[in-house]
Structure formats: C-alpha cells, structure tokens
Design a protein around this ligand. Sequence first.
Ligand code: ADP
Ligand code: ADP
Length: 231
Amino acid sequence: TALIEARDVELAFGETPALRGASLSAGPGEVLAVMGPSGSGKSTLLHCLAGILVPDAGEVYFDGQRIDNLGEARRSALRRDRFGFVFQFGQLVPELTAEENVALPLLLNGVRRSAALAEARPWFARLGLDGLGGRRSGELSGGQAQRVALARGLVARPRVLFADEPTGALDSLTGEQVMELMVGAAREQGTTVVLVTHEPRVAAYADREAVVRDGKAKILSMGYAPGGAAE
Ligand code: ADP
Ligand code: ADP
C-alpha cells in the first residue's frame, strides 16, 4: 500500500487554481520524481503531501492515516517526527555551523545537544564533507551546502523525504553527485523520497515518474503500483 498519498486534491491561491484534482502516491522506500512545467502545481502538491498546505478539497494520507484534516499542531508534529525536507536553496541557518545545522532536526525532536551532534558527525564523512562540520553556510560551496541540507533532511531518519528542486541551484555535475548521495542514503535507511524536479536527468534517479500539468498529476512509469493499479 501507499505510504504517502494525495487523492483528488484541489487548492487555489485566491482566484488562482494551483491543484485541480491531483492524485499521487508513493510506496514505502520508493523514490518518486514529480516532473512538469513551471507553475503546473508541483511544489503545491508537495506541500499538500507534506502537511505544509491544507487542500481546499480532496484528501492526504500518510501511513494509512488521513492527515489533511489534522490541526496545525498535529501536522507540525508529523512534519517534525516523520518527514524530512530539502529545498532548492539549502536554507541552512547561517548563524549555525554545518554540524549544528545537521543536528537541528534532532534537537527539535528533543535529543540532547551532545547526542545530536554525535549523530550529525558521521554524515560529514558519508557525504564527502570531511572537516567541514565547523563551517558556516557562507563558507561552503553550493554543492557542499546542499549536501549539508541533505544530511539535515535525513538525520532524523524520516519516513518520507520531500525534496523540492534539490539540484535546481547546482551545476549538472554537482547536481548528479547530490542526487546519487540523496538516493543512496534514502535507500539505505528505507526512506521514501518525493522529488520535485523539472530536469529529466535528475528524475532518472527515481523508481517512478509522475508528471503534473495544469494542477493534475499523472503517473508516467510503472513500478510500485498502489492497490495494483496506477492512475
Ligand atoms: P510549480 O512547483 O510546478 O512551479 P507551484 O505549485 O509553485 O508550481 O505553483 C502553481 C500555481 O500556483 C502557479 O500558478 C503559481 O503562480 C501559484 N502559486 C504558488 N504559490 C503561490 C502563493 N503562495 N500565492 C499565490 N499563488 C501561488
Ligand atoms: P518554493 O517551493 O516556492 O521554492 P519552498 O519550498 O522553499 O518554496 O518553501 C515553501 C514553504 O514551505 C514556505 O512557506 C516555507 O516556510 C515552508 N517550509 C519550508 N520548510 C518547512 C518545514 N520543514 N516545515 C514546514 N514548513 C516548511
């Protein structure tokens, strides 16, 4: 069955419809790429799946439980406890060191500072960031900063990693390195990945691809199929 699913989701920003009945799902451990032209509703759909935005109509399920009708506090707890995030521009906290940035989700989950930093450290060797733990984001290259953001997205072992154009600000070689690390680390810990991208080379790392057009989603390639049939 699906781990994360949107069913007939509709959402408008004022008069602008962004989603017009979008359905999409990803299974446990699956890497799903969500493609489509700019403005088609990819980010909005990702934000609905992640419990950041609440749809006007339709339903969102995580692990068999409906989540779109939960209150903000419970959705926020769900994001903190079960989801990880990577965005286009790393969005590291500039005042914190790279190591502290990676430790942040654990600190927010109530892990003590020393234990959180101890869990953050191995990610630096794993992602080719040896010796950079003490740097601040201003002292990192774009690719390094995005790898730190990736470590932060995965350090709390989320069930789902939501990645919105994670390579969008990187050159193609650096982007491929980030993708390889992201998909490798996610597979190792069984994390489902919902990856929004408009780059076919990035989508090629996914198990399955969906395309969003005019606020509707369509599965392009078969792999994991919820209930035995893809939309
Ligand atoms: P994509 O990620 O595919 O580029 P988005 O989900 O960001 O598309 O946007 C879908 C539509 O919703 C677009 O028309 C966009 O302009 C609009 N939109 C997105 N976010 C907002 C917002 N915060 N306020 C108003 N309109 C928005
Ligand atoms: P865009 O897709 O338009 O580039 P982002 O993906 O960077 O924008 O962020 C979209 C929204 O999601 C923002 O309003 C931001 O505050 C919110 N957001 C980002 N990270 C998180 C998070 N971990 N938990 C909850 N909301 C978040």
